[in-house]
Design a protein around this ligand. Structure first.
Ligand code: MFK
Length: 565
């Protein structure tokens, strides 16, 4: 008989996820959880069944831009794969954005929402991108828009009816760059019928959204982010006519290929200012902080999908006389993948816990600062973990992981974006520094780490708890030493500091959950993950006053031995 390999199989993605179930059991009171779980079971069934099949069947389908009709009229129509429309329908029906705003479960509404998102994400070809931006736009509009704008737009963004629901885009990046948004060149001019925008938006994800938030500089405003203003643009105007928005082309991307990302020309597009006519960068940051949260949750979902696939395959694949699940080195690899996943999970889900409390007005000031730090730290750390985890997952399949028909490579291609969009690792590290310097968020963040590990009483957790405290102390000392050397020194080490703080928080959260899991579930697996994470260590080089020395290595400029310090 021929030797054939069995492909990996996935079942109900909620029921198969011990980490998610255990976490919800700790965080959400039973009487609330019993209302939430049926919706998660339904989403878990879809994500391991019909949606997954659809992803596989449609994996080569991509959006197409049709710029002209047969009679020469410019139409800029984007034809979407049927699968994409189905992901949209499921997302609306299951309230992937609405759940957070309906607040049926009070402070737990955000955890409920993001548990749904986490289950849906890897079985949707990243339909979570337009959803993330819709959530971010809803949040921003509810904070800054006039009442009649809110009444007109929010019910659409939060609808559970696919025939009424809209998504929102976020058109920020221009040719001048995606990081230094203050350089944006789009202008806003007051005309008889309202504000009109002129400029090019260079990277606009989910371009088929009905509305978008964007930035433009009103005539006469100064340069920089403060001179920009936040605007809402509608694709189809209230009178039914199309707005003046031209699609130049769709982007050729490494991954997220079903997601229509485009270059747009705003050719006098009508737009409505949201809030003041300045401070646009500041006023769009609520959106960024929400989409960065989605990013952390979806990066975690990618890690989870990787380990689920690799683990299932390990039970099926024979080599050297045994299944992979019986081979020590393979088990070591899977244990490492699981550790990274659990660490990412507890870090990412801490955000919706705090966000949910904030949105019902129940978050103390210190915890608000923890939330402000967590958003960039979790985004940058989980984004990097997802890329490494997807690469490891593919490798556990050997050559099959490199074959398009297996559907596995998409995991790696899609993961790469987690550390790029919504702010690169370095931009996020600098945002964390911003939170530390401007909002004094470091001390509450460190206190949270200490308070989490102080709840660990089981002897198996003693060392991991001590290590988390040690990492927190080293990070605190590093920041103090670097600050005394100047801002360039802090900036140079910002990434290492962010990883150190992120790792310390991941370890503390693992320790806290492990203690609960030991006591309530007689389960030692999270404790084992905590031990492994503690053993992995962190890197924090001593801060340096100058960055001239590294520039020799970075830019490969000559450095004589006499100059070595
Ligand atoms: C799977 C789901 C994932 C989601 C998918 C979404 C896909 C979308 C694809 C994209 O569009 S990717 C493009 C996303 N772009 C970015 O994330 C922008 C990256 N750059 C930054 O974040 C820069 O840090 C920033 C543009 C904010 C820097 O601009 P400035 O003008 O140099 O900022 P400045 O002067 O430091 O800050 C302006 C104000 O905002 C300050 O307040 P004040 O005016 O009161 O001093 C800051 O404190 C405040 N601020 C900045 N970042 C903040 C913030 N406040 C709260 N939270 C933040 N994160």
């Amino acid at each position: 008989m021929d030797f054939l390999q069995d492909p990996p199989r996935l079942g109900n993605q909620y029921l198969e996820d011990r980490v998610l179930q255990s976490y919800l059991a700790r965080v959400i009171p039973d009487y609330v959880r019993s209302h939430i779980v049926p919706s998660l079971e339904r989403m878990g069934e879809l994500a391991g069944g019909p949606l997954l099949e659809l992803c596989h069947e449609a994996r080569q389908e991509e959006p197409q831009l049709v710029q002209w009709d047969p009679w020469g009229r410019r139409i800029d129509e984007i034809k979407l794969p049927e699968a994409w429309k189905e992901f949209a329908r499921v997302a609306v029906k299951h309230g992937l954005v609405a759940t957070a705003y309906e607040q049926r479960h009070g402070r737990y509404s955000r955890v409920h929402q993001f548990a749904l998102v986490y289950l849906f994400d890897r079985s949707s070809h990243t339909y979570t991108c337009p959803l993330a931006m819709t959530d971010g736009a809803a949040k921003t509009l509810s904070l800054s828009a006039l009442e009649d704008t809110q009444e007109r737009i929010l019910p659409r963004l939060l609808s559970r009816d696919p025939s009424r629901a809209w998504t929102a885009g976020q058109w920020m990046t221009e040719k001048t760059g995606g990081s230094d948004v203050g350089l944006s060149e789009t202008t806003a001019r007051r005309a008889n019928d309202g504000w009109r925008l002129h400029g090019t938006k260079w990277f606009t994800s989910a371009v088929t959204s009905e509305v978008a938030l964007t930035l433009a500089r009103p005539d006469g405003n100064p340069p920089g982010g403060k001179g920009l203003a936040l605007f809402l643009v509608q694709k189809i105007l209230n009178d039914g006519s199309p707005n003046r928005i031209l699609v130049r082309r769709l982007k050729e991307k490494l991954g997220t290929r079903m997601l229509p990302t485009a270059e747009l020309d705003l050719d006098g597009a009508l737009a409505e200012p949201i809030g003041e006519l300045k401070n646009g960068v500041k006023n769009i940051t609520p959106l960024l902080n929400i989409t960065r949260t989605w990013n952390s949750i979806c990066a975690t979902a990618s890690l989870r999908r990787g380990i689920a696939l690799s683990r299932d395959y390990a039970r099926r694949r024979f080599a050297f006389g045994y299944t992979l699940a019986k081979q020590p080195l393979h088990l070591e690899t899977l244990a490492e993948m699981e550790t990274e996943f659990e660490a990412a999970f507890h870090l990412a889900f801490r955000i919706p816990e705090l966000l949910g409390a904030d949105e019902i007005g129940a978050l103390e000031e210190d915890k608000r600062k923890v939330l402000r730090m967590l958003q960039p730290v979790a985004k940058l750390l989980t984004g990097r973990q997802a890329v490494a985890g997807a690469s490891e997952c593919l490798e556990t399949f050997g050559g099959a992981g490199y074959l398009e028909e297996t559907g596995l490579p998409v995991l790696l291609r899609d993961a790469q974006v987690f550390s790029i969009w919504e702010g690169t690792t370095n931009v996020l590290a600098l945002d964390m520094i911003r939170a530390i310097v401007k909002e004094q968020a470091l001390i509450p963040f460190l206190s949270e780490i200490r308070s989490l590990v102080s709840q660990a009483s089981h002897s198996a957790l003693g060392n991991a708890a001590w290590v988390a405290m040690d990492w927190a102390k080293r990070a605190e000392e590093w920041f103090s030493a670097a600050s005394s050397l100047g801002s360039a020194s802090v900036e140079r080490g910002a990434r290492q500091l962010a990883f150190a703080l992120g790792r310390a928080m991941q370890l503390a959260l693992l320790v806290r959950h492990a203690q609960w899991s030991i006591e309530n579930e007689d389960d030692g697996r999270t404790a084992l993950a905590a031990k492994r994470l503690a053993a992995a260590g962190i890197r924090l080089d001593p801060p340096k006053k100058s960055h001239h020395e590294i520039s020799h290595l970075a830019m490969d400029e000559p450095l004589s031995v006499a100059e070595l310090s």
